[in-house]
Design a protein around this ligand. Structure first.
Ligand code: XIL
Length: 335
């Protein structure tokens, strides 16, 4: 972050533009940064009408010693969202990462693991019934070739764990929208084909699945050209489709040409969502390069967000605002 004072972003807030187009624009939210007045708070509150719990509801954040439940992080996000009239996406109930150290195949039998994850879902979803509108119930269940990821959940419960998790979530909050969320499923490819087959089968079996989350951690220059066709086939099953974790990482250094290309690519993802009626949420995985998860995970990459390190708008910010602000093809203001 630079030392220059924060300049309010120009033009109408993204959330206002998005609402006029009948979609929600969201961001992942860091529970630790919500107190007081800061550029982070100003942008988070002012620009977005949906927020996703970036880490606060991952199991390692809610129950680090066994049996001691800590909700204060997630509660902070929920009350921030309430104060700013934002919807909350809860993330992520069943995942192979960020589980507490005490959850492991060495410590628990398959039956014990099943009881633990069942209780985690029941307690967490039940606690936030009425405050959390949709859930990434199962996160990243598949491998790139379409096979199931050999997670501890798959190993302990078998492939039926996806359906079981969705049923447990539905029981805990019948009104919440329930999602499977995954990455590298944005294009037509073996992984998205497998996700499509899984979703279709779950629906045939009467499993409560409401939507698919397409994370969309994209790489500059490699934006899928078949995103729309892919979203549409899931929508045609009767599912909502949401872009849940959008960022577009750049191989560093991010010069002017790369940032201009990034702007076009952000615009194209937003345009695609707007063209698909069941795509009513587009969430960014954070909004400033200063806090993006990318540099820690992908060496040599960065500059993935729409604001720079100093919270100044990048070309990508203007591009997103401009596409949301187009009046053509406007859908009746929905959410
Ligand atoms: C990331 C967070 O942004 C980081 O703060 C954390 O250290 C690791 O996880 N897919 C997901 C998200 O579903 O939960 C991940 O979030 C990014 C990839």
């Amino acid at each position: 972050m630079t030392d220059s004072p924060f300049q309010p972003l120009p033009g109408a807030p993204l959330r206002e533009l998005a609402a006029r187009r009948g979609i929600r624009i969201g961001t992942a939210l860091d529970h630790a940064l919500l107190d007081g007045a800061s550029p982070y708070v100003a942008v988070a509150a002012g620009q977005f009408n949906s927020v996703t719990t970036e880490n606060a509801l991952k199991w390692d954040h809610t129950e680090y010693p066994k049996g001691v439940l800590s909700w204060e992080r997630a509660d902070r996000i929920v009350s921030f969202a309430r104060a700013h009239d934002q919807r909350v996406r809860g993330h992520a109930l069943v995942w192979h990462r960020q589980n507490p150290a005490w959850v492991s195949e060495d410590e628990q039998s398959p039956a014990e693991l099943r009881a633990l994850i069942r209780d985690r879902i029941a307690v967490t979803v039940g606690r936030y019934a009425g405050s959390i509108a949709c859930w990434d119930v199962v996160n990243e269940p598949l491998e790139w070739d379409g096979s199931y990821r050999e997670s501890l959940w798959h190993k302990a419960l078998g492939p039926g764990y996806v359906a079981e998790a969705l049923h447990w979530a539905r029981q805990a909050d019948p009104a919440a929208k329930l999602y499977i969320n995954d990455y590298e499923v944005e294009s037509l490819c073996p992984k998205s084909d497998a996700l499509y087959a899984l979703a279709k089968q779950l629906l045939l079996n009467g499993v409560p699945l409401d939507g698919i989350g397409f994370q969309a951690h994209l790489v500059l220059g490699r934006i899928p050209t078949d995103l729309e066709a892919n979203l549409r086939r899931f929508a045609d099953l009767g599912l909502d489709v949401a872009i849940t974790e959008l960022d577009i990482r750049v191989h560093l250094p991010a010069d002017e040409a790369r940032l201009a290309q990034q702007a076009e690519e952000y615009a194209s993802v937003v345009r695609t969502c707007l063209r698909v009626p069941r795509c009513q949420e587009l969430t960014l995985w954070g909004f400033t390069d200063a806090l993006s998860w990318i540099p820690a995970e992908y060496p040599e990459y960065g500059a993935a967000a729409i604001l720079d390190d100093g919270y100044a708008p990048k070309p990508a910010y203007h591009a997103v605002a401009s596409v949301l602000g187009e009046t053509e093809g406007r859908r009746p203001g929905r959410p």
